[in-house]
Design a protein around this ligand. Structure first.
Ligand code: PLP
Length: 381
């Protein structure tokens, strides 16, 4: 006899973690091996993961850290950001990008986004000033900032680029991975990200041996060896247990990417041209990783309610833009407004796009969204 099984609340759930880890035995064996070896801090599990991660990204070095947020903080610090400096980033990003900047005593300076969901490089010049010390593009949702355009502007100003690729593992522009365009790129392995471990973890990639060395020191108290502290760092090591869990997820990544892209392509084709809906612009030369799938609808809340009534769980990334959060007020010039960020926050809805959706569930989502759009249009006619 098995115990009572809770009815799934949604026919098309957003959360797939119970499915992904329904049979954790293989991963638990990997954890047991770490425990048996007593190798709990850095060591073989972390090194093996770092090498595989660097290879997967086409980067020379990968450094495992405690979280994506810590990775951003350490990478910014390693390229020279400190108190009083300004770092330019996107007005629609997740709080962590901005928190990393603020924790260094630096000031976030925001740039509006375009219809690709990412920072608009055409607006970048206007945000760069004498105190600017770095540029932090954010590849939101697995889309990519136009890194060629952004890189040209950064180079012209002699500014380092640290990519927030926390949502963009496996994304490419012109065949080059997100996170490998700037001096350093940072990834998150939070349970809601593409490589999702059993807690927190992050990775920094870089091609520069000097930055690699410095980041390894920064994440481990500045210890060059057991008894020699060469700089003041912190404890931000990737846990060995988490590295052991992360490694096999790297092998699964191509299949996850293919399934997410196949679902997104079906959504794109089904939703194109529906009245009252718009899709984010898909940029030629960019391979999206679809860590999330967003669309825009003027009656977003109506669409969300309709999906819910049809058993489809949706989310909003993010209903209140970071730049409008109360904690950001001290950092912003009075009256600062980012109209495209505001419009997207009011209209965006995130649909399930994960690799555990079957074709029938994808059909349910497509039917629900089409039904809503056509009903709404009919009601107006
Ligand atoms: C998740 C995320 C982070 C932070 O990653 P954590 O591992 O949760 O600290 C930073 N930036 C963006 C855009 C993210 O989505």
């Amino acid at each position: 006899m098995t115990g009572p099984v809770a009815e799934p609340a949604f026919a098309v759930p957003f959360n797939y973690l119970p499915r992904q880890f329904a049979d954790p035995r293989a991963l638990l064996e990997r954890v047991a091996a770490v425990v048996a070896g007593g190798d709990f801090t850095l060591g073989a599990a972390v090194s093996a993961f770092e090498e595989a991660f660097a290879a997967r990204c086409g980067a020379a070095h990968a450094i495992g850290v405690n979280s994506g947020t810590d990775g951003l903080k350490l990478a910014l610090r390693a390229v020279g950001v400190g108190p009083g400096d300004e770092v330019v980033t996107a007005a629609n990003t997740f709080v962590a990008s901005v928190g990393a900047i603020a924790e260094l005593g630096a000031r976030p300076v925001f740039v509006d986004v375009d219809d690709s969901l990412c920072l608009d490089p055409a607006l970048l010049e206007g945000a760069i000033g004498p105190a600017t010390r770095a540029i932090m593009p954010v590849h939101l949702s697995g889309a990519m900032v136009d890194m060629k355009a952004l890189g040209a502007i950064a180079d012209a100003h002699g500014l380092p680029v640290v990519e927030d690729a926390c949502q963009a593992f496996m994304s490419l522009q012109d065949g080059r991975q997100a996170g490998t365009w700037g001096r350093a790129g940072v990834f998150s392995m939070h349970p809601l990200k593409f490589i999702n471990i059993w807690g927190d973890g992050g990775v920094i990639v870089t091609d520069e041996a000097g930055l690699d060395r410095q980041l390894r020191l920064l994440r481990n108290h500045g210890l060059a060896d057991r008894d020699t502290v060469v700089l003041m760092g912190c404890n931000s090591r990737l846990d060995s247990v988490q590295a052991a869990i992360a490694l096999p997820l790297l092998d699964a990544a191509p299949a996850i990417l293919a399934r997410r892209n196949a679902i997104a392509a079906r959504y794109d084709a089904a939703f194109a041209g529906l009245p009252g809906l718009r899709l984010p612009r898909r940029v030629a030369g960019v391979r999206h990783s679809f860590v999330t799938y967003q669309l825009f609808c003027a009656d977003r809340d109506g669409l969300a309610a309709h999906c819910r009534a049809r058993g489809i769980e949706t989310k909003i990334h993010y209903p209140v833009p970071i730049y409008r959060q109360p904690a950001l007020a001290p950092y912003l010039p009075a009256g600062a407004r980012f109209p495209e960020t505001d419009r997207q926050a009011a209209e965006c809805l995130t649909l399930p796009v994960h690799q555990y959706l079957d074709d029938g569930q994808v059909d349910l989502v497509i039917d629900a969204v089409r039904e809503f759009a056509l009903q709404a249009a009919g009601g107006q006619a």
